[in-house]
Design a protein. Structure first.
Lengths: 338, 541
């Protein structure tokens, strides 16, 4: 059984304001756990608590070997564990060269000079920083600085890797490059990874497990697919991508509201009042001049389109292969039976 | 803990909560002389308590009224001068405007006895100003040397640099609103009221109070113009009447007035203070050539009044380089003593202020309480009160070894000026990103490595600048020096103060110029360090 970095009812208050409340979650060793949620919801604070940089106001962090009885587990001593961390800003030591950054992290270790040098050289190569080894951060681009921050977090061979919005300050191709490097590094490391992000795309692509944080509390915990497919609320669903909520009376495979059919393709056995949380790809829009649904917006998203469709007072997003003129009427149908 | 091959690397990571407690301890220790002096003020002096003797009769209130009146006049004059300079300098390129603000601060970095000497010489019956005017009107001219007005103007010229600093930042905030005024076509009158006058009221009041506070605690300049303030009375009570309790009882309420003034400055100037953290705003469109010429002319006029007139008068009276050389030679012991004392005080300032400012900034970020801001009291209270506290402490058996040595003076200097350095460092550090330090901690750097490789390289410039500022202020201090200077060699400021009463004007002027020349390199070094700090801060930002 592998260890899990576990928060037991962790709370944190700052200046009279409660930032985190009763957070219970676990990040398993060797897996990537992603904290998702909108900005200002306490993700960074939680990471700083895990890193031992902040002390929780209530609750504690333990290293639990047994998921069934974490309360009996010993407290997590961040001072003794090997932690690597990437901060929201690169947080580099501007007066030190790239090589010195990595060397300094290893300086307190019991590695010999040769081994340290070998390890630093390997990481510089892996991160594409070998040609910048003697350069200071002030003369590096944003992407290079972020790569250095990631290298610094990895160089000590961390048991736990904490990543706080590691790509937040990057954009365009640089973001994609650093994302690929990060994904490669995460695939190689055996560390337990806790990554905080508000970027739904990154979260879905990197996560093994997801913790949805909303307004300082855990809204949902689970494996990525489970949280994505079976969110507990619309807000939790939106933490991992666009989603809409639609409600009505299910009968005979359709969902109706005020006598109007608003959704087809429901499982025939479903009946009675229903509240469905749907992803754009869960729905399809079938143009029909007699349909009750009407396209109110049409936005291009990557290679497809998202249609904002209004039906009987409800508004939902639908993924559609082609663009559709605003005002087009039609029917909404579930792609997969649910 | 999971065991992996990589676990063989043991990265030490320990916290040093002791540093925080040490800072709180230093902050409280720094208040010990003040507390001692206040305790001393409660002791009976003769038949009655010092408080009853001073404040039960009109004489204490008269001393307070004279002091407050003079300080208010000086502050008003300084605020007008400062606004004139700031508004004129705003028409110049930013570099010139900065230079004029720094130049306005120069009189703060020379002993008050020097400014007083220059102006008494300038205004005296045989002084260049009086003689020049006499030649102009064709008869004898007697300028009002010994008057509240003259003393207030001279004090204003020494302290108006403080107001210039506050108002320069305030003006730059006002300039930030300028583009909005143009874009939204706000009428000129409304823009003047809402974007200029109203936002300027608080910084102006803060600047006024700041100058008033410093003027209130300076008894050297008024004394030279034969104006007796409470500071003069404290000195007489202590040195001539040998009554420390009475002296402390007179000074203690002034301490309360000073503390209240600073509290108001900090509270009311909060917005100005917070604005220091913002990036430099866009400037209003530069004025035309004649606007710049006018700005340069007015700024040069104000600075000439504050700097060129005193220096010119001293140079005229000193007569020759030879006289200056002789004056310096005769004061070489004092010069050496000043250098040693100021260096020691500067080093103490640097260490203490670094510790306190780091603690204060950390507590501010966490929203935690700290005792560190209380050290500001040492700057706001009358220097004589601190000096009396230091003397009383040195008289305790535990500190018998430091009695009659220079240590009480060095510590007194450090305690007096540590708040200035602490405040400057706190202003720089409180908004500084904490992540680099957090990164050091989380990646297992030991406290020593963090200090050596992360903290010191980042902060050495600011710490050295803070130490140098403390040393400069200590070298030019006079009010505490008069009471605390050990038997034997005095300081340059004290010697100048003594010479004014006993030596010919030429000798006094020559020594005053020597002090200026000695202070010059240190001031230039400080300016250079500050520009480096600014550039580095801008790069980091």
């Amino acid at each position: 059984m592998s260890n899990a970095l576990t928060c037991l009812d962790v709370g944190f208050a700052y200046g009279g304001r409660s930032v985190l409340r009763g957070v219970r979650m676990a990040a398993a060793a060797g897996r990537v756990t992603v904290l998702v949620g909108p900005s200002g919801t306490g993700k960074t604070t939680l990471l700083w608590i895990l890193a031992g940089l902040l002390r929780p106001t209530t609750g504690r962090v333990v290293l639990a070997a047994d998921a069934t009885s974490p309360d009996a587990a010993p407290p997590f001593e961040s001072g003794r564990a090997r932690i690597g961390m990437v901060f929201q800003t690169p947080a580099l030591w501007d007066h030190l060269t790239v090589r010195r950054h990595l060397d300094l992290v290893l300086a307190g270790s019991n590695l010999g000079q040769t081994e340290r040098r070998r390890r630093v050289d390997r990481l510089l190569d892996q991160m594409g920083l070998a040609s910048l080894a003697e350069r200071r951060p002030g003369r590096m681009s944003g992407g290079e600085r972020q790569r250095l921050a990631i290298a610094r977090a990895l160089v000590g061979g961390p048991e736990w890797l904490l990543l706080d919005e590691p790509l937040a300050h990057l954009d365009g191709p640089t973001r994609a490059d650093v994302f690929d490097l990060l994904r490669g590094a995460l695939a190689e490391t055996r560390a337990g990874v806790v990554l905080a992000t508000h970027n739904t795309d990154e979260a879905v692509r990197l996560a093994d497990d997801v913790v949805v944080l909303l307004d300082g509390s855990v809204a949902q915990v689970g494996q990525t697919e489970q949280v994505y497919r079976r969110p507990v609320s619309l807000a939790a669903a939106r933490a991992l991508g666009p989603a809409s909520e639609i409600s009505g009376e299910a009968r005979g495979g359709v969902l109706a509201r005020d006598g109007t059919v608003i959704l087809k393709g429901l499982a025939p056995e479903r009946s009675g009042p229903q509240r469905l949380i749907l992803r754009p790809e869960d729905l399809e829009f079938r143009p029909d001049p007699a349909g009750a649904a009407r396209v109110a917006r049409c936005e291009r998203v990557g290679g497809a389109y998202h249609l904002g469709v209004e039906v009987a007072g409800a508004s939902v997003w639908v993924r559609h292969a082609e663009g559709c003129p605003v005002g087009t009427t039609g029917h909404l149908a579930l792609v997969r039976r649910g | 803990m999971r065991t992996t091959a990589a676990q063989s690397i043991a990265l030490p990571r320990t916290r040093v909560p002791l540093a925080g407690w040490a800072a709180e301890g230093v902050a409280l220790l720094a208040l010990l002389p003040l507390a001692t002096a206040l305790a001393c003020s409660l002791a009976a002096s003769g038949a009655e308590s010092g408080y009853a003797a001073w404040w039960g009769t009109p004489r204490g209130w008269l001393a307070l009224a004279r002091t407050a009146y003079l300080a208010a006049m000086a502050a008003t004059c300084a605020t007008v001068l400062a606004w004139t300079l700031v508004a004129a300098a705003a028409r110049l390129p930013r570099r010139w405007a900065d230079a004029s603000a720094y130049l306005a601060c120069l009189p703060l970095l020379v002993p008050s006895s020097l400014m007083a000497t220059a102006w008494t010489v300038a205004l005296g019956r045989e002084g260049p100003l009086a003689q020049g005017l006499a030649a102009l009107v064709g008869g004898e001219v007697r300028l009002p040397v010994d008057s509240f007005g003259t003393a207030a103007v001279v004090m204003a010229l020494r302290y108006f640099g403080l107001a210039v600093l506050v108002l320069t930042y305030a003006w730059r905030r006002l300039e930030a609103d300028w583009p909005a005024r143009q874009v939204f076509r706000i009428p000129r009158g409304a823009a003047l009221v809402h974007l200029v006058v109203r936002p300027a009221i608080r910084p102006t009041a803060a600047a006024w109070l700041l100058v008033a506070l410093f003027a209130m605690n300076d008894h050297i300049i008024p004394g030279m113009f034969l104006i007796s303030t409470y500071g003069t009375q404290v000195l007489i009570q202590y040195s001539a009447l040998l009554d420390p309790s009475g002296a402390a009882a007179l000074a203690a309420p002034m301490a309360a007035v000073g503390a209240a003034a600073v509290a108001v400055v900090l509270w009311e100037g909060k917005r100005t203070w917070a604005d220091l953290d913002r990036p430099a705003p866009a400037r209003r469109p530069p004025p035309g050539r004649w606007g710049r010429v006018l700005g340069a002319g007015v700024a040069a006029g104000v600075l000439a009044l504050a700097l060129a007139v005193p220096v010119g008068v001293l140079a005229h009276k000193a007569g020759s380089w030879q006289a200056m050389g002789e004056a310096l030679l005769s004061a070489r012991r004092q010069a050496w003593q000043t250098l040693v004392l100021a260096s020691a005080a500067g080093a103490l300032c640097m260490a203490g202020a670094g510790l306190l400012a780091a603690r204060w900034a950390g507590a501010w970020r966490r929203g935690a309480p700290t005792a560190v801001p209380l050290v500001l009291l040492n700057l706001t209270v009358p220097p004589s009160l601190l000096a009396i506290g230091m003397i009383r402490l040195a008289q305790t058996p535990a500190l018998a070894a430091v009695r009659d040595t220079a240590w009480p003076l060095v510590v007194g200097y450090a305690l007096r000026f540590m708040p200035v350095a602490t405040l400057a460092l706190y202003a720089l550090w409180r908004r500084e990103a904490v992540e680099p330090l957090a990164a050091a901690r989380v990646h297992g750097l030991s406290p020593w490595r963090t200090m050596r490789h992360v903290l010191w390289p980042r902060h050495r410039l600011t710490l050295v600048a803070a130490g140098l500022l403390g040393a400069l202020l200590a070298a030019t201090e006079l009010e505490m020096s008069v009471l605390l200077v050990p038997p034997g060699a005095g300081t340059l400021g004290v010697r100048l103060y003594t010479l004014i009463h006993t030596a010919p004007e030429s000798m006094t002027s020559a020594l005053a110029l020597d002090i200026l020349l000695l202070a010059g390199p240190a001031i230039i070094l400080l300016g250079w360090l500050l520009s480096l700090v600014r550039r580095k801060t801008a790069e980091d930002g």
